[in-house]
Design a protein around this ligand. Structure first.
Ligand code: PLP
Length: 402
């Protein structure tokens, strides 16, 4: 039975741990780049469940793969082999040019595993080699190790003691990193483009220099591509764009088109650090999640699909730059690659109001880092849909940009 919005809000207030500052709509179903709420109102989705629904909502081949697999076998534990998991690992290894994959259930779990295996590798060189360096304004997850790697102190307040051996540098400041990395550094962990931090892109050959510095000190380079991977930037992994290969890449969000999954993919050399019993998961990489991942991994890496992401992304960015020209004082910056785009406002107060007004007009967007409107739509978004968003934004911004 469908209940009214107010009954659902009340149930949630009574029964759910209040960690989310939710928008006041109840979502019911979706199709393609559209969502419908409980009252039948339609929304164009420029958030995609935070970069998750890469193939849009209710994509028929994905629905079919999930329902067919559910009817056969949902879960087995990792004590046995399954075809979907073997296929998904094989595909990720081929796409990444790395050696071996491991599946968990979320982004945080992927990063947790990456940090663990990096430390294990380092320990084999020198038991005191354990430092993990990440960037200020990064986001790596909510478990204790990943919230520690997350360079935003607000996530670490009141939950200490937090794990030791984590240090932070400013993204794009290579000299600072050069001073920080030593032979005791186990790994440098970076998002190639910072997502939650406000869509910050790497400048010049920053990532290439980071790669060389890591090699010099036998530190591993971990790229957190949980948000930037799976075609988001127009290449399957963002690192391909920058011509830099990590030792470990982590994925989650879009990997199974909405079914919970996470993965770390490592070189064969790194994989040698883990032996039976060193790591594990009950649910991770179960046949249901991997059947979904296989649809994503068969669809998005195709040349035409990725070229279309680049084309739509370029079109979208140009339109955002058009808005910036119109409201030069109000819009500070437009940045991003492919379909991860950010529009930085000089206004640090009205981000949430703008998101709410867009929702009233039937467009779902997001504001991150306080003043950056972030656009991470399904990768199937079209120019017409971009035009609709831009019109709505124009109508909203004209009121604030005075
Ligand atoms: C979302 C995100 C995570 C955390 O993923 P969860 O599935 O929420 O644990 C980690 N890193 C990056 C870059 C992310 O965008």
């Amino acid at each position: 039975m469908k209940e009214s919005d107010s009954v659902i809000f009340e149930k949630d207030a009574k029964g759910y741990v209040p960690v989310f500052n939710r928008y006041k709509i109840v979502l019911d179903h979706g199709e393609g780049a559209y969502l419908w709420d409980n009252n039948g109102k339609k929304y164009l989705d420029f958030l995609a469940g935070i970069a998750v629904n890469v193939l849009g909502h209710a994509y028929p081949p994905l629905v079919k793969a999930i329902t067919d697999q559910a009817a056969k076998l949902i879960h087995t534990s990792n004590l046995y082999y399954t075809q979907p998991q073997a296929d998904a690992a094989d595909k990720l290894v081929k796409l990444s040019g790395l050696g071996k994959a491991f599946f968990g259930n979320s982004g945080a779990e992927a990063n947790e595993g990456a940090i663990k295996i990096a430390r294990k590798c380092a320990h084999n060189i020198d038991p005191e080699k354990s430092q993990i360096i990440s960037a200020w304004h990064s986001f790596h997850g909510r478990t204790l190790a990943t919230l520690t790697a997350t360079g935003q102190p607000k996530y670490q307040e009141g939950v200490g003691p937090i794990p030791e051996g984590f240090d932070y540098v400013h993204f794009n400041d290579f000299e600072e990193l050069e001073r920080m990395v030593t032979d005791k550094t186990a790994a440098v962990l970076l998002e190639p483009i910072q997502g939650e931090g406000g869509v910050h892109t790497p400048k010049g050959d920053y990532l290439k220099k980071v790669r060389a510095l890591c090699d010099k000190h036998k530190a591993l380079l971990i790229f957190d591509e949980i948000q930037t991977g799976i075609g988001r930037t127009g290449s399957f992994f963002a690192y391909e764009k920058y011509g830099v290969k990590p030792d470990i890449v982590t994925l989650a969000k879009g990997l199974a088109g909405g079914v919970p999954i996470g993965a770390f993919v490592v070189t064969d050399e790194v994989a040698k650090a883990f032996h039976p019993g060193d790591h594990g998961t009950t649910f991770g990489g179960n046949p249901l999640a991997c059947a979904a991942a296989n649809v994503v991994l068969d669809t998005i890496p195709k040349k035409e699909f990725l070229e279309n992401v680049t084309k739509e992304g370029d079109y979208f960015k140009e339109k955002l730059q058009g808005l910036q020209k119109k409201y030069p004082g109000y819009i500070k910056d437009v940045r991003g690659e492919g379909l991860i785009l950010g529009l930085e406002l000089s206004d640090t107060e009205h981000g949430r109001d703008i998101v709410n007004e867009a929702m009233e007009k039937g467009v779902i967007i997001n504001c991150t880092a306080g003043n950056v409107l972030r656009f991470i739509p399904p990768l199937i978004i079209t120019e017409k849909e971009v035009d609709f968003l831009i019109e709505c934004l124009d109508e909203i911004l004209v009121k604030y940009a005075k």
